[in-house]
Design a protein around this ligand. Structure first.
Ligand SMILES: Nc1ncnc2c1ncn2[C@@H]1O[C@H](COP(=O)(O)OP(=O)(O)OP(=O)(O)O)[C@@H](O)[C@H]1O
Ligand SMILES: [Mg+2]
Length: 242
């Protein structure tokens, strides 16, 4: 059974239809990538899973042993986070005038289990030593890569079982992108299921288990990443090969 199922999802902004009936499944333990060009509807899909934009049609189901099945498209955002589904938004969304530590604390705002929160903070600091070094600085003074690490750290502070990542590599230098993708794999190995949205198809297909290609609001192709990587159309349109 998939952990997360998006079925025939339509998202509209007024007269604009951003998603035209998207179906996608995320199996537990996997890194599932969603690749697609600018404006394909990738962020709209993630925002709808997190309850930040409404579904005009279709459904989003989350299944887990502890909490059973839930229709996410009927839940408010905070209930979705409480079910263990956290998002690292495009552009990171850190609060620039708050300190690094305060940004991390916000990620745990729904929790009351102090010892476990302290444990998770240690884990974030182990994953991102740079974030630890800068814990008392305001977040706005961090580099782009450090802000991305902070944004991932903040999401981990809610102890998610599913992490939704919206273009974590955007605007970062190749070396920093490598580091971010290593952490994504590490977090996944520790048991977090990941839905990874990327324009950097090369990197996403290298770390993912299964991939979907979104073109102008519809799924054009899906399969194990090795198959998608070998697809001629993907190679010319997304990987820049001839
Ligand atoms: N708040 C909004 N109001 C109106 N139209 C929107 C809104 N947000 C997104 N859209 C439109 O919906 C479509 C999908 O946008 P979306 O941001 O989901 O794409 P994306 O694949 O994430 O693109 P990018 O790679 O640029 O982040 C686009 O045509 C966009 O202009
Ligand atoms: Mg986007």
């Amino acid at each position: 059974m998939p952990l997360l199922s998006v079925e025939d999802l339509i998202v509209r902004y007024g007269a604009i239809e951003a998603l035209h009936g998207v179906t996608l499944h995320v199996e537990p333990g996997q890194i599932v990538c969603l690749i697609g060009a600018n404006g394909a509807g990738k962020s709209s899909l993630l925002r709808c899973i997190s309850g930040l934009v409404p579904a005009a049609h279709g459904r989003i189901l989350h299944r887990c042993l502890q909490q059973g099945e839930a229709a996410l498209h009927r839940l408010p955002s905070h209930r979705i986070v409480a079910r263990g589904i956290s998002q690292v938004p495009e552009g990171r969304g850190v609060f620039p005038n708050m300190t690094v530590q305060e940004n991390l604390d916000l990620g745990a705002y729904l929790r009351r289990d102090r010892p476990a929160i302290a444990q998770d903070l240690d884990r974030v600091f182990t994953l991102f030593p740079r974030v630890k070094e800068r814990r008392n600085q305001t977040a706005g003074t961090l580099s782009g890569g450090e802000q991305q690490m902070l944004a991932i750290g903040r999401a981990l502070m809610s102890r998610p079982r599913v992490l939704l990542l919206d273009e974590p590599s955007l605007g970062l230098a190749p070396l920093v992108v490598e580091q971010i993708f290593q952490v994504i794999q590490q977090v996944n190995r520790e048991g977090v299921t990941i839905l990874l949205v990327e324009q950097n198809a090369n990197m996403a297909l290298a770390v993912g288990h299964y991939a979907y290609v979104l073109e102008t609001g519809a799924i054009a192709l899906e399969g194990p990443t090795a198959d998608v990587r070998g697809n001629d159309r993907v190679r010319t349109a997304y990987l820049g090969e001839d």
